[in-house]
Ligand binder design. Structure first.
Ligand code: HEC
Ligand code: HEC
Length: 181
């Protein structure tokens, strides 16, 4: 009798841990997207596109958005972000192959993508409907303050944004503190 029960018990414990684990990871999508396509182009993207703001994870936007963005860099949200033509091609390749609709994406990336109307080409992650929904409760004064300035400044609140981790336990709004909802 004992011989049969023990393996069953161990099996049950294993399953419980597996469920708890996958639940915890659903917020940390960096882990799920480690198989970056065209990974060798990532340093170039990070170098050229993190001068004025963080290098946003390509998984936040669909292909059509990156295509349009890379074609309009001379008028990039009111600034000139033009780069070398060859580099621009390589960066577009990196961004499109890792875009939300180019590979399997999980967690929040998936929810962001699903909320974008099919006939729209959004240019800002911070204007995606699911983004707005997630951030709607934050009082405006915490965005306007000089430590944040705009929603584009993810890192001001998401301490691990650079690594693609936006989980709630690592949110710290300047002059407000941790976010509990
Ligand atoms: C010369 C400065 C500069 C460079 C270089 C630059 N950007 Fe930007 N970018 C901006 C500004 C300014 C905004 C608007 C920020 C705001 O509204 O607060 C912006 C916004 C963005 C956004 C939208 C952020 C949001 O709110 O969702 C994306 C995506 C983006 N940039 C991608 C890129 C990519 C890709 C590159 C590299 C090819 C790049 N940027 C290089 C200045 C720059
Ligand atoms: C002013 C601070 C602030 C800025 C700037 C900000 N966020 Fe957030 N973000 C929050 C807060 C607070 C929440 C939690 C909202 C809630 O659950 O009520 C959140 C939630 C999220 C979530 C969902 C996390 C989860 O799993 O529950 C994602 C993804 C996210 N933000 C991405 C971004 C990105 C990408 C940017 C930049 C383009 C950004 N945020 C800019 C404060 C900020």
């Amino acid at each position: 009798m004992k011989k049969i029960i023990l393996p069953i018990l161990i099996g049950a414990i294993g399953v419980t841990f597996a469920i708890a684990d996958s639940d915890k990871e659903s917020n940390i999508y960096a882990k799920k997207t480690l198989t970056k396509q065209n990974a060798k182009l990532e340093p170039l993207y990070k170098k050229e596109c993190s001068e004025c703001h963080m290098a946003y994870q390509p998984e936040f936007l669909p292909k059509r958005s990156w295509k349009k963005m890379m074609a309009t860099l001379s008028d990039h949200f009111g600034t000139d972000a033009t780069i070398d033509k060859e580099d621009s091609k390589k960066i577009l390749k990196y961004l499109s192959s890792n875009a939300a609709d180019s590979k399997r994406v999980y967690g929040d990336f998936r929810k962001f993508l699903k909320s974008i109307p099919k006939d729209k080409t959004v240019m800002k992650i911070s204007e995606i409907p699911y983004f707005k929904k997630e951030h709607r409760e934050i009082p405006k004064k915490f965005i306007a303050q000089k430590e944040v300035k705009s929603f584009s400044n993810c890192k001001a609140c998401h301490q691990k944004a650079d690594s693609g981790d936006y989980s709630e336990r690592d949110i710290n709004i300047p002059n407000y503190g941790r976010w509990d909802d």
